[in-house]
Write a protein of this length. Sequence first.
Length: 51
Amino acid sequence: MLLFLLASGLTLIFGVLRVINFAHGSLYMLGAYFTYSIATLSGNYWLSLVV
């Protein structure tokens, strides 16, 4: 499901603007970094996904 959301967002932006929007990648990495940080601090991976 998550892969579908990522792919559809990139496809819609590229289809309408004909320009690759690199902000998607930076936002995904920011979310991954926060998830990793919370998982490391709390020790609970599933809690970090919810937050």
